[in-house]
Design a protein around this ligand. Sequence first.
Ligand SMILES: Cc1cc2nc3c(=O)[nH]c(=O)nc-3n(C[C@H](O)[C@H](O)[C@H](O)COP(=O)(O)OP(=O)(O)OC[C@H]3O[C@@H](n4cnc5c(N)ncnc54)[C@H](O)[C@@H]3O)c2cc1C
Ligand code: SF4
Length: 319
Amino acid sequence: MSLPPFKLLRPRGVEEAVKFLSRHGRTDDSTRSIVAVNEPALTPRGPDSRGRLSPQELPVRIRIIAGGTDLIPSMRQKLFEPQYVLDLRRIDALRGIRPLPDGGVEIGALTTLREIERSRFLRQHYPVLSEAAATVASPVLRNLGTIGGNICLDTRCLWYNQSLAWRKSCGFCIKKNGDLCHVAPGGTKCWAAFSGDTPPALLCLDAEIEIAGASGTRRLPLAKFYTGLGDNYRILQPNELVTRIFLPAATAGCAGVYRKLRVRGSIDYPLAGVAVAIRRSNGYVSQARVGITAVNPSPLLVTGVEPASAFLDDLKAGR
Ligand SMILES: Cc1cc2nc3c(=O)[nH]c(=O)nc-3n(C[C@H](O)[C@H](O)[C@H](O)COP(=O)(O)OP(=O)(O)OC[C@H]3O[C@@H](n4cnc5c(N)ncnc54)[C@H](O)[C@@H]3O)c2cc1C
Ligand code: SF4
């Protein structure tokens, strides 16, 4: 499958990147993510009751590339045919793992998963993140793939991650070009699953992300980045990019583990992934978080875990 033609833009700084995005990204709805324009809208759904077009029909012309391990296969499948591709890899300020004076750490969005997997600092202080990063794809892909790309990963579905000819033969679907869902026939919502491995670990660690845009930078909890919709899964304005990830001192030192179920142990996306971060003090669990991925359009933090662990501790202590 060949790549569609596009113009490569290679900024050297975040400001220049935002300028490119502002110039070439365009959407009619501020909550929409960046999507491509010149794709055939074969069965357009048209505006909804509030006059908004679906993400696939919005006229936006640019996509960001970091490691390219997700974007390039998607472009080959003609899921995206942007006129411009914004390559972040010359922006050195977006790389690196920097411990902060308050005991937390900041991680540049372009930091590779391999660096995160191997970082002595992260393995010691935030082991659940290193463990989750180490399970992504294969070593070759982790050398290229970045944490920013993993957080921004497109949602996946067996009916969507296919070639144009394959999707056309099935009549397309809500996520792209169509108006029905093959997974939930009769439904109007897309249920494509978010399948990144590091976000459930980051949720357990109370991560925040920094987003840079035309009006400066903003910082928000990672949990608020995802919408819960399969076809419009993240909150990112057309002129914005993710620049940094912050882990607070409060979750440093938690013991952690990440487990995933996948078809091929050596390379596959998760069918389900579970991250657990726990802190013990005086023999009792004082902090417990469980994050899950690949089972929903967003990665999720499981609620009710801390009361349950306190209850188990009480039982153990005979209280
Ligand atoms: C065979 C194969 C197996 C895989 N297995 C797994 C797996 O097991 N687990 C898993 O999590 N992933 C898997 N992946 C997907 C991918 O390799 C990883 O998710 C990787 O972390 C993506 O990062 P990237 O830098 O390559 O992203 P890219 O492909 O460059 O980008 C991915 C998406 O994020 C956007 N983006 C990237 N960086 C930014 C930024 N800074 N700001 C805003 N938007 C941005 C891009 O526009 C694009 O939409 C697999 C891929 C392949 C090909
Ligand atoms: S879940 Fe989404 S991507 Fe999958 S068939 Fe339904 S609309 Fe398409």
